[in-house]
Design a protein. Sequence first.
Length: 326
Amino acid sequence: MADAHDPATLEELSTAYERLRTEIGKVIVGQEHIVEMVCVCLMARGHTLLIGVPGLAKTLLVRTLSQALDLSFSRIQFTPDLMPSDITGTEILQEHAGGARSFEFSRGPIFANIVLADEINRTPPKTQAALLEAMQEHHVTAAGETMPLDPPFFVLATQNPIEQEGTYPLPEAQLDRFMLNLWLDYPSFDEEVEVVRGTTSGANQSVAPVMTREELQTYQRFVRQIPVADQLIEYAVGLVARTRPGTDAAPEFVDNYLSYGAGPRASQYLVLGAKALAALDGRMTPLQADVQRMARPVLRHRIVPNFNAEADGVDALAVIDRLLEA
């Protein structure tokens, strides 16, 4: 097992991360912050919700990541008629030699190391729940049998922020199961020129595996064991506590602008994310700046602005930024 005080493992992890970014950069132009945060989430054994308009290479990013990690990959296109069994799998009647018949379970696309849940808000809550249960419990129950999902298990779900007609937005309790909420922006002019040049030339960049499954799991265990100062944990918990309106810790602008604040899972993910950031950067312990860098993607989908915030043009990020300044 990886030792949290082993400088050699830390150096291996940091070096492997640089190789991983290099391989992903062969295919993905720009989006350095998104790539970094997806890797942080992966090392922390979390799941990511990616939000962006069509055409920003969300699917390509996830597929490239699976290739660079040499992990199994599956993509589930969520639609209004998708059933839970379409995700988890179903029993199929098989005929054997001699005429004997029996039901055998055919595994669904959830049985992969990296699962891309494309447009998760396009499917009804019943089907969403089948995926979210697997995310939380890391197993699937079907035909009266519980089947574990092979580690590592990483779900990256996408949403389109533009088209909201005919969608089923994820409830706050289900959003809370995603460690990070990442928003993809349009590429810069130069980046878009590079994208168009590369994708219209007929040349294909091949991605080589730079990390084995066993190495990834070793690094994930290593990140969990990184020591954190009590003051840093208290800072993370205090930051989350200040998002809860109606409590003694909440400042006045939080009471004015938020209906609900973040729960304890946010505190856990702030610290885990800070650990992962430090490890990827080659540092043995996280800093307060690491917690602050994780605040936006960890908290933005866990706090709920109210009507006053909407009327004043204040969104979740503005509240988070103000909390960090305080």
